[in-house]
Design a protein around this ligand. Structure first.
Ligand code: ATP
Ligand code: MG
Length: 430
């Protein structure tokens, strides 16, 4: 955990600065990062929440490769359309390959190879895999990388009604996913590109450092997602209707008339896109001729949608949403460890023994504890612990332990309490 006291000069935004200072990542080359232990643990926690909510929505996890042959993307036309953002590679046999920017073609090919009838749909599959886009201007650390981790899901349905149901499942899964990370991610009408249609939403969290300009009804900014009963198997349409009834739009979807009508209820600001869901009908099933037999024995192109979440971008986005002057404030659900244990006098027999005992009991009860037993000044330990932002701190020093007490601090509220060791264990494992 190579923490830094100084602010790295190359970092323009707070999340990037804090990720470098907390020793979470190390840049390998522009927009490409190594994930160090602290960063990697957060990335895995986020990935796991995303996975659980995809599973709950009925999507099945698969894993497709990062390197794709060129022929599939030539079939869809994307090989030529994508331009320089697509990293093209030639193998030793002079065959064109590419590092996948997403996987629509591959998944459609997998579907086409085995699905035959309406009984094979609805079908949703997803994977969580590294992507590469040779962005012109990688910046803001993991927020706009060239290599980044994305969850991309794909749905296959017989008709538009079925596709809308799949879309709604993902819509609700996204609300649940971001709520578990304590983020207010606002679903906003988004551009659907050349295919048209009205079914595309981007999920954005508000932040001054966001790259997208957005406008929305002010109610979204105060929305309490916890009050929504978001049952993944419930009446999804009514949830989607509730969330889309009020105005919220990104750049090109903004509507001056609607905004004028909102008056004081309008909020204009900037946002970070953390997810994007998209219904695109037969855009890929048509060139791939991905058809199934309908109940009347006809053949029909399947209706598809794709659904992305920026898993590695979320690490930065959560920090943008949750930090103070001293450092990161991790929500419990994604914290690299739940508890930090500070030994204020490493090397002192009694303090060491008490800390080892606390550590063993907490980890024995299934808690994730980071034990700072370095021989550093107390001030440096406090600063590092605040910087890395674990939800709870247990501060153990010789004075308190004389009386059998330690201090416990909540990183978010700043509240401190002096408690007996037993009460601390009870509080944190109860
Ligand atoms: P952007 O508009 O930010 O370039 P996009 O619309 O091109 O993103 P999608 O194709 O919708 O991205 O990808 C799905 C998700 O992947 C995005 O919502 C975002 O969270 C994430 N993502 C996209 N590009 C990057 C990147 N360069 N670095 C990190 N995450 C990214
Ligand atoms: Mg997008």
């Amino acid at each position: 955990m190579p923490t830094l006291k100084e602010t790295p000069s190359e970092a323009e935004i707070v999340s990037h600065r804090l990720m470098l200072r907390a020793g979470m990542v190390r840049q390998s080359s522009a927009g490409i990062y190594s994930w160090l232990p602290m960063g990697f643990r957060v990335l895995k926690k986020i990935e796991q929440i995303v996975r659980e909510e995809q599973d709950a929505a009925g999507a099945q996890e698969v894993l497709m490769p990062t390197i794709q042959p060129d022929d599939l993307c030539r079939e869809s036309g994307r090989y030529d359309d994508y331009g320089k953002e697509m990293l093209r590679i030639t193998d030793r046999h002079d065959r064109d390959m590419l590092y996948g920017p997403t996987n629509e073609e591959q998944i459609t090919e997998i579907f086409r190879a085995s699905a035959r009838s309406y009984r094979d749909v609805p079908l949703m599959m997803y994977h969580i895999q590294w992507k590469f886009r040779d962005e012109v201007r990688p910046r803001f650390g993991v927020m706009r990388g060239r290599e980044f981790l994305m969850k991309d899901a794909y749905s296959f349905d017989l008709d538009r009604a079925g596709a809308e149901r799949s879309y709604n499942k993902m819509f609700v899964a996204y609300l649940r996913t971001f709520a578990r990370m304590e983020l207010t991610a606002i679903p906003m009408k988004a551009d659907t590109g050349p295919i048209g249609g009205d079914l595309s939403h981007e999920f954005l969290i508000l932040a001054d450092t966001g790259e997208s300009e957005i406008a929305c009804h002010k109610d979204f900014t105060t929305a309490d997602l916890a009050k929504w009963d978001l049952d993944p198997d419930g009446d999804l349409q009514s949830v989607v209707d509730d969330f889309t009834a009020k105005y919220a739009a990104t750049d090109d979807k903004r509507d001056p008339e609607a905004e004028k009508a909102l008056g004081d209820d309008l909020v204009v600001g900037r946002g970070i896109e953390v997810g994007h869901i998209f219904y695109f009908a037969d855009k890929y099933s048509k060139p791939f001729n991905a058809k199934v037999q309908t109940p009347d024995g006809e053949e029909a192109l399947v209706h598809m949608g794709s659904y992305g979440i920026g898993v590695s971008r979320l690490v930065g986005a959560i920090i943008e949403a949750s930090h103070d002057d001293d450092g990161i404030i991790w929500p419990e659900s994604v914290a690299p460890f739940r508890i930090g244990l500070l030994n204020l006098r490493s090397g002192d027999e009694k303090v060491d023994a008490a800390c080892t005992d606390i550590y063993d009991k907490l980890t024995g009860a299934g808690q994730e504890v980071l034990y700072d037993d370095r021989e550093e000044r107390a001030g440096a330990k406090f600063a590092d612990m605040d910087l890395i932002g674990l939800p709870w701190q247990i501060i153990a020093g010789p004075k308190g332990l004389e009386k059998g007490t330690v201090e416990i601090k909540n990183r978010k509220s700043g509240e401190r309490e002096e408690l007996s060791v037993e009460s601390v264990l009870a509080k944190l494992t109860g």
